[in-house]
Design a protein. Structure first.
Length: 401
């Protein structure tokens, strides 16, 4: 059971520090899918209402190179939404008290070791980031403490929470109840099978449909100004131009995914004792690297292709350029890890290691970095280290008991 009182107190402490910080311009780093974009939209609106100028940096993964550049500054104001919590120690080590940094996330994490880095992750207060809180909910709770008038942003947290299966529970119920009070969400269905329709300026839309559309915009369209369009859709609704772009991107992803699936049915996945894996190479070129995770999630249900007792790992080559930032120093590969439903039950029962342990740990051993949840994780590794990564992950099973 989480400690809401202690969580709220920590949010208030961060806000108190924010209110005394002299800088009125900030960098907001956010992830490139629905939860990341709703998180950014909530945080942007709440801060702009207080007179802050918000500069966005949408990052698919939190590259140490990017962190180093951000935290070489002194006296800056930096927010991380739906990204950053897993790397709170590294952020603390780099920051060294120089900048006010606020992390609003829900991924697996550890406490900050720098008093100027406020890690407001519900996981630190006894809540589950996989069940009780989306990042958008964390951002909403921050916004609501900043100013109760930000209650009008509650419905965006419902969209952000759509990535969590099942009925809204835990901390996510707070924005749900607030949105209901303002007639910004409609709840239908029976307990265990509830559905949520949120009200945007463009009309009513189910939270799951909105989530799917935002993720397509921001991740598939990562190199086509997609994240900016996704944040606009959160606040202004899905207009005709955005809807057209979404259809174009969804069709693009669908076509390429079918091609990749056909290749795997022909060649099969490579296997080790506990892992089944494949390399997409440049098949998803020109799309954001989130697409490999989406594809791996879809593979979980291809029961004629995969082994139900083995972890799924997918690789894809990365574009070396980060929009609004610049070029990476070396060629990199994106890695995504998912688990079939049968294996998911064993992980939840602590009988098998979680993905958030296996992939990040092995990635460090090959000079990369990763983060995630116990059932889904991702990482970035130097290109050419793919097979060595698989070998290291296999070796980690020996330490698990």
């Amino acid at each position: 059971m989480g400690d809401l009182k202690r969580f709220t107190s920590s949010i208030q402490a961060a806000i108190k520090k924010l209110q005394t910080w002299p800088i009125r311009e900030l960098t907001l780093c956010h992830h490139d899918e629905a939860d990341g974009c709703t998180s950014a939209a909530i945080t942007k609106t709440a801060l702009e209402r207080r007179g802050y100028k918000v500069n966005f940096l949408c990052i698919e993964k939190l590259f140490p190179q990017v962190l180093e550049k951000l935290h070489t500054q002194k006296g800056a104001l930096i927010f991380y939404t739906d990204i950053g919590a897993f790397h709170s120690k590294l952020i603390s080590d780099l920051n060294k008290g120089k900048n006010l940094t606020i992390i609003l996330d829900h991924h697996d994490t550890e406490p900050s070791t720098d008093s100027m880095v406020f890690n407001l992750d519900p996981e630190l207060f006894g809540f589950s980031g996989e069940k009780d809180a989306s990042s958008a909910t964390t951002c909403y709770l921050f916004a609501k403490e900043l100013d109760p008038k930000n209650i009008d942003l509650a419905h965006l947290a419902i969209i952000g929470s759509a990535e969590i299966p099942g009925d809204v529970t835990g901390l996510n119920k707070i924005p749900l109840e607030d949105a209901q009070k303002q007639d910004l969400v409609e709840v239908s269905g029976t307990k265990g099978k509830q559905r949520y329709k949120v009200k945007l300026p463009s009309g009513k839309i189910s939270s799951t449909e909105a989530s799917s559309k935002l993720s397509a915009l921001a991740s598939v369209g990562y190199y086509e100004n997609g994240p900016k369009l996704a944040i606009k859709a959160c606040l202004d609704g899905f207009d005709e131009t955005i809807e057209k772009k979404i259809l174009e991107l969804q069709e693009k992803r669908k076509t390429v995914s079918k091609k990749m699936l056909a290749i795997l049915y022909k060649t099969k996945l490579k296997e080790t004792d506990h892992i089944q894996w494949f390399h997409a190479k440049d098949i998803f070129k020109s799309m954001g690297v989130k697409v490999i995770g989406t594809f791996c999630s879809m593979l979980r249900f291809q029961t004629k292709l995969i082994k139900l007792e083995k972890y799924i790992v997918g690789f894809m080559n990365m574009d070396p350029v980060i929009p609004r930032y610049g070029k990476l120093e070396q060629p990199m590969t994106k890695v995504s890890m998912r688990v079939p439903i049968q294996l998911e039950k064993l992980i939840n029962a602590k009988k098998m290691p979680g993905a958030s342990y296996l992939l990040p740990e092995a990635s460090k051993l090959v000079g990369g970095f990763g983060d995630g949840h116990s059932l889904a994780s991702s990482s970035i590794i130097p290109k050419g280290q793919e097979e060595k990564l698989i070998d290291y992950m296999e070796s980690l099973f020996k330490n698990f008991s």
